[in-house]
Design a protein around this ligand. Structure first.
Ligand code: DLL
Length: 438
């Protein structure tokens, strides 16, 4: 299989050789670790505790000797304890809402914002966006990094930015149609909610000028990609990132290959580790993704454990920049059902293969009288089948149950709920509801 023909790139580093990139990474990694050690008490204590000095990093492989950083470390130093510069030099903060307890806070210097805009512009360009595009931003603005991250990147690229933000779906449709947006960004689940709003208003979602969607912030399968591409007649691109590392703009798929997000390795150094032992795994192995920031000033991260499960794959459209396989899920989202590991994305994959079922679902975990965990898949019929006879409905439910059993290896209960009963999210969809007694 030949490599895809490379398209134009925004930054010459995207065409670098692996050796050139590795040399730059080592130089930047040494700076980043020295910067964290000199300016963040937390890192100094951790390295001292491990008997390490920043100078012990002589090669990229030496990174494996350095301690990890986790979300708990960020919580313990809440709010600003991980900052490596005085607050006066921090020009922006973002925060992610923890499901429990305090949010995690991240900070940016002016140069960090510049880096972020640049990696975002690079991502949008690699996805196929250009300065001639009208860019509809339907990600949340505010403490969430999605909206503002994309906003500054799209402006940097010179696009015509519509800061629509998430929500008010009725008005989104009007803006999309009237302003003739050609590129959109949102979460995949919100774009599907917008598809429904198009249907509700009797407008064909395929009749817009949209040609490209940059989607991320939550796991989504290639089946979901296919569904979205069909419904809107556009190309859907996977974009990945997390607040602790910078926000969106850590990795992005390229238009010419659409084969997994390329990590912008000149700024973010990826590793995949065994989540149990912490050992670094060879490229190609499935494990937990870990990042070390190479250029961030306000909040450098050393070996930050993302909890996202994936593999590192060789670069294709950007040969030196490795790709990540579509995120299988977060280790915290993994359900263990009577001994079998189940990710919501596996159920999604089965569900989207059923022609009569709608792509809106929720998983409910509960405990039966024998104290065994059970999983219900709540799903709607597509509107055109909503009034179908009971036998048709039963058959659809049964087919999904059978498919999940044979593909995932667990028996689930499929419950068909009325159209619209599954809550539509504006941002990250909440796929799992845990109804087990605490
Ligand atoms: O979600 C940043 C972002 C915004 C990425 C918009 C892409 C588009 P956080 O709120 O900190 O940041 O959440 C980060 O979301 O660790 C993953 O678990 C998940 N995630 C992000 N992108 C993807 C993706 C933003 N493409 C967490 N596929 C990450 C699967 C994703 N999961």
């Amino acid at each position: 299989m030949g490599l895809p023909t490379p398209h134009a790139v925004r930054d010459p580093i995207e065409r670098a050789s692996r050796d050139e990139l590795a040399a730059l990474q080592l130089e930047r990694m040494r700076w980043s670790i020295a910067h964290a050690y000199a300016n963040v008490a937390h890192y100094r204590a951790k390295l001292d505790g491990a008997g390490l000095r920043p100078e012990d990093l002589r090669s990229l492989a030496d990174l494996a000797r350095f301690p990890f950083t986790s979300k708990e470390d960020l919580r313990a130093t809440y709010p600003f304890g991980m900052f490596a510069v005085p607050l006066r030099e921090v020009v922006r903060v973002h925060a992610s809402s923890g499901t429990t307890g305090k949010p995690t806070v991240v900070g940016y210097t002016r140069r960090d914002l510049d880096t972020w805009s640049e990696v975002m512009a690079r991502s949008i360009f690699a996805a196929g966006g250009r300065d001639s595009d009208v860019f509809h931003n339907a990600l949340g603005y505010g403490l969430f990094t999605g909206g503002l991250g994309y906003h500054y990147g799209a402006e940097r690229l010179g696009m015509t930015v519509v800061p629509a933000a998430a929500g008010q779906s009725e008005r989104q449709i009007q803006l999309l149609m009237d302003f003739g947006a050609t590129v959109i960004t949102s979460t995949p689940s919100y774009l599907l909610a917008l598809a429904e709003e198009f249907d509700r208003q009797g407008i064909d979602a395929r009749s817009t000028r949209l040609r490209l969607a940059l989607l991320g912030a939550e796991p989504w399968t290639n089946q979901m990609r296919h569904e979205i591409e069909e419904r809107f007649a556009l190309s859907a691109i996977d974009t990945y990132g997390l607040s602790e590392v910078i926000g969106p703009g850590v990795a992005c798929e390229c238009a010419e290959s659409k084969d997994g997000a390329h990590v912008w390795e000149d700024h973010f150094y990826p590793e995949v580790i065994d989540p149990e032992t912490g050992a670094v795994l060879p490229d190609g192995a499935l494990g937990e993704l870990v990042f070390t920031s190479l250029t961030k000033e306000a909040m450098p991260v050393i070996r930050y454990r993302t909890r996202d499960l994936t593999r590192l794959l060789p670069g294709t459209a950007r040969p030196a920049m490795r790709r990540i396989e579509k995120i299988a899920g977060r280790s915290d989202d993994m359900l263990i059902l009577r001994g079998v590991n189940v990710f919501p994305s596996q159920i999604e994959e089965c569900l989207l293969k059923q022609p009569r079922l709608a792509p809106h679902y929720q998983l409910e975990l509960w405990r039966d009288e024998r104290h065994l965990d059970q999983l219900d898949v709540l799903v709607e019929m597509k509107p055109q089948f909503a009034a179908a006879e009971q036998t048709v409905r039963d058959a659809a439910a049964h087919e999904l149950q059978h498919h999940v059993k044979s593909m995932v290896g667990v028996t689930v209960r499929v419950k068909l709920v009325p159209c619209g009963a599954i809550e539509r999210s504006f941002g990250k969809a909440k796929r799992v509801a845990d109804r087990r007694p605490k």
